[in-house]
Ligand binder design. Structure first.
Ligand SMILES: CC(C)(COP(=O)(O)OP(=O)(O)OC[C@H]1O[C@@H](n2cnc3c(N)ncnc32)[C@H](O)[C@@H]1OP(=O)(O)O)[C@@H](O)C(=O)NCCC(=O)NCCS
Length: 237
């Protein structure tokens, strides 16, 4: 007997392996008010492609690479290809944990946490985007609080960094509100022109001292399997 539902047993003496056993990211749910961040499966990656194709930004590129440029179809494919590719690289030494953001069950964007050698460095970087219709309503700030809670309190991060082009007012504003410290800037090429990329850093002490309004209750499900998968339950080197 094979049940179609995710996570059910196969017959003929095969071990019972759920989707979450195989890919622990799919079991993570980070909830704050009516916002939820959850691991991205194939169906969701396609839906995110459709969301991105409806538009994320105006003329100025907010990202490091121009994946959001082009026709609707190109943008949707870029997004799907990118999220498919991430699965080939997740391991304790290097990962990108990408979460679909939903508000009241409606898909609205993506929140990402990336790291190299996290079990040793305990340092990660966050990034995010929302569909244009969802921007400017405080949701990006909630998303950031959710991923910072996951990083600091769930995974045991000591530092979380973020970066934004100097002309990305919304992203820089969210970062400043949460108490990150400026961590330098650099001039980089962006679509053929020089542009300033600002870096920020928030350590655990800064996080613990964040303003009262950002101390919402955040619920995290599925933490233990992902901690084990990312090698965070071993003694630190
Ligand atoms: C960046 C992003 C995730 C922020 O999410 P958001 O929901 O729009 O942000 P919020 O509404 O929570 O907060 C935005 C803050 O920026 C401020 N802001 C927005 N535009 C601004 C402007 N032109 N000048 C000054 N402040 C501005 C808002 O006033 C708000 O601050 P406040 O709450 O103190 O008033 C979202 O705008 C987005 O997806 N943008 C396109 C993609 C992107 O830039 N991704 C980040 C790449 S680094």
């Amino acid at each position: 007997m094979i049940e179609a539902q995710a996570g059910r047993r196969y017959d003929a003496g095969m071990p019972t392996l759920t989707d979450v056993d195989i890919w622990p990211l799919l079991g993570v749910r980070i909830s704050l008010s009516d916002l939820e961040l959850a691991g991205i499966d194939d169906r969701t990656a396609l839906d995110l492609g459709r969301l991105a194709a409806r538009g994320i930004h105006g003329m100025t590129l907010p990202f490091a690479t121009p994946w959001s440029r082009g026709s609707d179809l190109e943008v949707a494919r870029n997004l799907y290809r990118y999220h498919s590719g991430l699965r080939t690289t997740v391991r304790p030494e290097e990962w990108s944990l990408d979460f679909a953001a939903r508000l009241d069950h409606t898909l609205i964007g993506v929140q990402t946490l990336v790291a190299k050698d996290f079990p040793t460095t305990r340092t990660a970087e966050s990034m995010s985007w929302l569909g244009r219709d969802w921007q400017g309503r405080g949701i990006g700030t909630l998303q950031r609080v959710a991923i910072l809670t996951f990083a600091f309190e769930g995974l045991g991060a000591e530092v979380v960094t973020t970066s934004a082009w100097a002309d990305n007012a919304a992203s820089n504003a969210v970062t400043r509100k949460l108490g990150y410290r400026p961590n330098g800037e650099e001039v980089l090429e962006r679509e053929g022109r020089a542009a300033v990329l600002k870096h920020y850093r928030l350590d655990r002490t800064g996080w613990d001292r964040r303003p009262e309004e950002f101390r919402q209750v955040v619920q995290i499900e599925g933490l233990e399997p992902i901690r084990a998968w990312l090698g965070l339950d071993q003694p630190r080197p």
